[in-house]
Design a binder for this molecule. Sequence first.
Ligand SMILES: *[C@@H]1O[C@H](CO)[C@@H](O)[C@H](O)[C@H]1NC(C)=O
Length: 290
Amino acid sequence: MKSKSIRGNWSLKTKKFGSIPVIFLCIFFFLSGFFGSSLFSKSQDDRPRSRFLESTNEATQNNLLPAGESGDNSITSIPFQILSWKPRALYFPNFANSEQCESIIEMARGGLEPSILALREGETEEQTKGVRTSSGMFISASEDKTGILYAIEEKISRATRIPRVNGEAFNILRYEVGQRYMSHYDAFNPAEYGPQKSQRIASFLLYLSDVEEGGETMFPFENGLNMDGSYGYEDCIGLKVRPRQGDGLLFYSLLHNGTIDPTSLHGSCPVIKGEKWVATKWIRDQEQDD
Ligand SMILES: *[C@@H]1O[C@H](CO)[C@@H](O)[C@H](O)[C@H]1NC(C)=O
C-alpha cells in the first residue's frame, strides 16, 4: 500500500515538470557525471601510493553502512602484528597511553596480594610454590570510577571480537626482580582440573610499565618447537615478547574446534632489572557476572 502511494506522487510531479525541462536535466546530469568521473579517476592515478593509502581511511569512514542496534557508527582501526599462528598471538603497539597505564598501576598498588594458582586435582599449594611469584589484584571496570578500565575493556572487545561480558575482571600484576610465572596454560584441561562450567578462550595482556631487563612473556612451544618432552617449564625459550608500556599482547588458548592449543603454553620470564606491571584480561566462552 505504502509504495503505491509514493509512486502516485512521483507520476504527478513529473507531469508538472513537462517533458522539455526533463530532457535538459538528463543531459546536464549525464555530462556532469561523465566529466566528473574522468576528473576523479585522473586525480587518483596521479597520487603517490602512500598518500593514496592514507586517504583510504577517510574514504572508509565516509562509506559507513547503517549499523544494527548492537553495532557501531564508526569504523574501528586497531593496528596489530601477528607474532605467531601457533599459537595465535597478536601484538598491539600503543594500545593504551602512558597516563592510562600509570593510573591503573596506582589503582592496584595499595591492594596487591601474592598471586595464587588454580590447583590441579590432588595438587597442594606447597607443591606449586615458586611457580607463580608475582603479586596482584583483581579490579573490575565497574569498580573504577575514572572509566579508564571500561575504555580499555571496550577496546579489547573490539580487538578480540569477543563481547566485554565474556571477560573476567582485570588482574593487575606486579613482578619484582627475580619474580616469574613458570610456563602454563590459561585454559583448564578437564582431564587435570575436572569438568569446567566455562573455559578461557583467550588472554589479553596490557603491559603497564617498561622493564629494564627480563620479564618477557614467552611461548616455548611456538610453531611446535621444544615439544619433544624435554622442556622443564622454567627455561625462558621460544618466542619472547618484551614488555613495553602501553603495548598489548593477545593470544588464544583454544583451537577452533574447542580443544586446548598445545602451543599456547606460556610463561613470564624472571625480571632481571626493574619492575614489571601488567593488566591481564582472561576471556571466557561464557558470559561473566561481575
Ligand atoms: C582439534 O583440532 C586439532 C588441530 O587440527 C586436532 O589435532 C585435534 O585432534 C582436534 N580435536 C578434536 C577433538 O577434534
